[in-house]
Design a binder for this molecule. Structure first.
Ligand code: ADP
Length: 398
């Protein structure tokens, strides 16, 4: 126990000389006090806490060994002083620390500050210091007694956390932006997808009508071309109405229709320009209460997908069937095309899942939404290389 060393103000825990004013054997007292002080010093060192004392009257500043370590000062080289302390405090924090110390000195309130220091080697550390003016010894002279802790790791961690939070917030707002855009893209793509066919027909029949009119204004073919223009324009309008209704599930215009007719009309639309053979096995008596346009969209999607699946296949047969299954009608569109990879099956009805170079991957997800909004289910069975069979159920009309 080296109590003599700690009696020098700058080398040990400060502020115990007042204990030497009693009677009795000084050595014994010194030893007892020194033991306790050593214990306290070690506890503070382990806790990473440094101690300091400023004797107001003499202006003498004392640091514990831990304080030297925290400030990065070698006790052999320098003695602590207010000048040394303030030269180490970060220039941006200096005025604030000084202000608060003066305030604490005048009021007797606890000084509790976080500030940065710049060590001699340029390293910046974050410190927390607590101190208070206390009377000392017999003379009751005032002194500032304080502790200092290095909180750099905690500060850096908090800064990192804050940066992560800011990054997460940025990502979230980007995600919201993207998903909003995606919803618009989805809608735009769906409209383009569905309107393309009737609008192309309107354009083609208009061109034909003009040519026919130039040749023979009274031609019957001209009348037929005009009828086609009118019918396809209506179809386009119906599709737009259906798409708008899709954004408000349940708001579609539902009527009781023949399922076989609905399927045939939709399939015929999907087969325009396709090099396939289609066969129907449609129970004639099935009636469903549905939004006809929406259900036709589903059939168009399934048949178009089937056509694309058999494009490079030897067998270009597509079978469309509709049968009663309890209270429901079950519709199946089956092809012998490329089939679906096993790992794709679980997500095939999700948006933006596509294996096609120009595919949007929205046909099946829209189909699922429509079928489910009608109280039905949709699914698929497939083996890669052997084709696929998409099925859906719809409740039969009462
Ligand atoms: P897209 O046709 O734009 O790709 P869909 O939602 O209609 O979007 O289909 C998603 C994917 O499902 C397709 O890219 C294709 O990989 C697969 N798929 C759909 N129908 C069939 C089918 N009959 N045979 C094989 N794969 C199919």
């Amino acid at each position: 126990m080296n109590s003599a060393r700690r009696l020098t103000p700058s080398s040990g825990w400060p502020g115990f000389d007042e204990l030497l004013d009693g009677s009795g054997p000084v050595d014994e007292l010194l030893e007892r006090v020194g033991d306790r002080e050593e214990l306290l010093l070690q506890a503070l060192r382990i806790a990473g806490v440094g101690g300091w004392e400023l004797d107001i009257a003499s202006g003498t500043l004392s640091w514990s060994e831990e304080t030297y370590r925290i400030f990065g000062v070698d006790p052999q080289d320098e003695k602590p002083s207010a000048e040394l302390f303030y030269s180490l405090v970060h220039p941006e924090d200096r005025a604030r620390v000084l202000d608060n110390q003066s305030w604490s000195y005048e009021t007797g309130d606890i000084f509790d500050q976080e500030y940065r220091i710049v060590r001699r080697d340029g390293e910046v550390r974050y410190l927390n210091s607590r101190a208070q003016i206390l009377p000392r010894g017999r003379t009751r002279d005032n002194r500032f007694l304080g502790i200092v802790r290095d909180i750099t790791e905690r500060r850096l961690f908090e800064q990192q956390l804050e940066a992560e939070r800011a990054r997460a917030a940025r990502l979230q707002s980007e995600l919201i932006h993207i998903s909003r855009n995606s919803a618009m893209e989805t809608m735009a793509a769906a409209i383009a997808h569905e309107l393309n066919q009737p609008l192309t027909a309107v354009a083609n029949f208009s061109a034909a009508a003009r040519a026919l009119h130039a040749r023979d204004p009274l031609s019957e073919q001209l009348e037929e071309a005009c009828r086609q223009i009118e019918s396809n324009a209506h179809k386009a309008a119906e599709i737009v109405r259906g798409l708008r209704a899709m954004t408000k599930p349940g708001n579609g215009h539902r009527t009781t229709v023949s399922l076989a007719d609905t399927i045939r009309d939709a399939a015929a639309l999907a087969l325009v320009g396709a090099d396939v053979t289609i066969s129907y096995d449609l129970a004639p008596d099935l009636r469903v209460h549905v939004d006809r346009v929406q259900i036709q969209q589903v059939i168009v999607n399934l048949v178009r997908n089937a056509c694309e699946a058999v494009e490079s296949a030897a067998n270009k047969d597509i079978a469309v069937a509709a049968r009663r299954q309890g209270d429901c009608a079950c519709i199946a569109v089956t092809d012998r095309g490329v089939g679906i990879a096993e790992d794709l099956l679980p997500t095939i009805f999700d948006s933006f899942v596509s294996t096609k170079e120009d595919g949007m991957g929205i046909g099946l997800s829209i189909s699922r939404r429509i079928v489910e909004a009608h109280g039905g289910r949709i699914g698929v069975t497939s083996k890669p290389g052997e084709g696929a069979s998409f099925w859906l159920t719809l409740p039969l009309a009462a």
